[in-house]
Design a protein around this ligand. Sequence first.
Ligand SMILES: NC(=O)c1ccc[n+]([C@@H]2O[C@H](COP(=O)([O-])OP(=O)(O)OC[C@H]3O[C@@H](n4cnc5c(N)ncnc54)[C@H](O)[C@@H]3O)[C@@H](O)[C@H]2O)c1
Length: 325
Amino acid sequence: MGRGGYVVVTGGAGFIGSHLVDALAAQGYRVGVVDDLSSGSLGNLAQHAGREYFTFVRGDLRRLDRNWIDVFRGAEAVFHYAANPEVRVSVTEPRLHFEENVVATFNVLEACRLLGIPTLVFASTSTVYGDAQVIPTPEDYHPLEPISVYGASKLASENMITAYSKLYGLKALILRYANIIGPRSNHGVVVDFIGKLRENPGRLEILGDGSQRKSYLHVYDAVDATLHLYNHLVEEGWRRKVFNVGSRDWVTVREIADIVVEEMGLSRVEYVYKPATPDGRGWPGDVKQMLLDTGRLESTGWKPRWNSRQAVRRTVQQLLGKQQP
Ligand SMILES: NC(=O)c1ccc[n+]([C@@H]2O[C@H](COP(=O)([O-])OP(=O)(O)OC[C@H]3O[C@@H](n4cnc5c(N)ncnc54)[C@H](O)[C@@H]3O)[C@@H](O)[C@H]2O)c1
């Protein structure tokens, strides 16, 4: 097990998935990627194209197809990162989220069961907690009441994974990520603000009342934590574990706007707030306050390099090309 083994990353052409592929390859793993390129891009994997340790197959996980199942064969673990991650889309297109998140996860589980793959690492999310009454929110917080179809689809997937773990002995590492940001991201608040300010440097439309306060983690930290936990658990012997993966602090949407404006060298930008609900959310299903209790993760000996503000600033600089990705 471990270095030199073969692992699969679903959604490996996406934002987090492609950074995960980079890190796994750097640790000496052979890596197979399955992605339908619906939001990911081959450009994110160009550094691995044609290398002997690397396989890419374009496949849609919503259907159990031989072409992608063959990539799973012989894997010591599947890192399941393929999903539709757009919370806002889940409000208008719930079926899409059900299929891309729940059905796809079920098919991945079936492929693991049929092929005897021992381990699944799952990209879950802070949105499974909904509007948590305890902040920072620990992993054992109850009741889990997601307020978006996206959050519900991830929680349904978590539950399905738990049943496979109990029934079939699958080892499952469920990671509930905070907001992940960094180079190659193509959605979320930082990308949205940069795009809008490039179009109109005098005015910024902010979804919500700007007071939404959430925790952000740079993708390099997110991937580092993921591999730290994976390697740690492989050494320890374990069955099913859930970890929050985030930083210790949070930042408001208004503060993010200020950082983007400052880094773009702009001034006198008019902020125009667009609350979608009476309590100032950016869209229906938007969790207004999110901070994860990361004590369980930190007890394994891992700490983030950057806090939320630093992660935002670093991401803005990287997306603006002011800093090497
Ligand atoms: N970005 C975040 O802040 C964040 C936070 C918590 C959890 N997550 C989770 O992390 C994972 C990666 O998110 P991301 O931000 O990198 O998103 P992303 O859209 O960049 O990556 C998702 C990838 O999955 C692929 N994909 C989608 N549907 C597919 C299908 N049916 N078959 C095969 N491939 C498919 C897409 O083409 C894309 O490459 C997702 O599971 C997401 O829910 C992300």
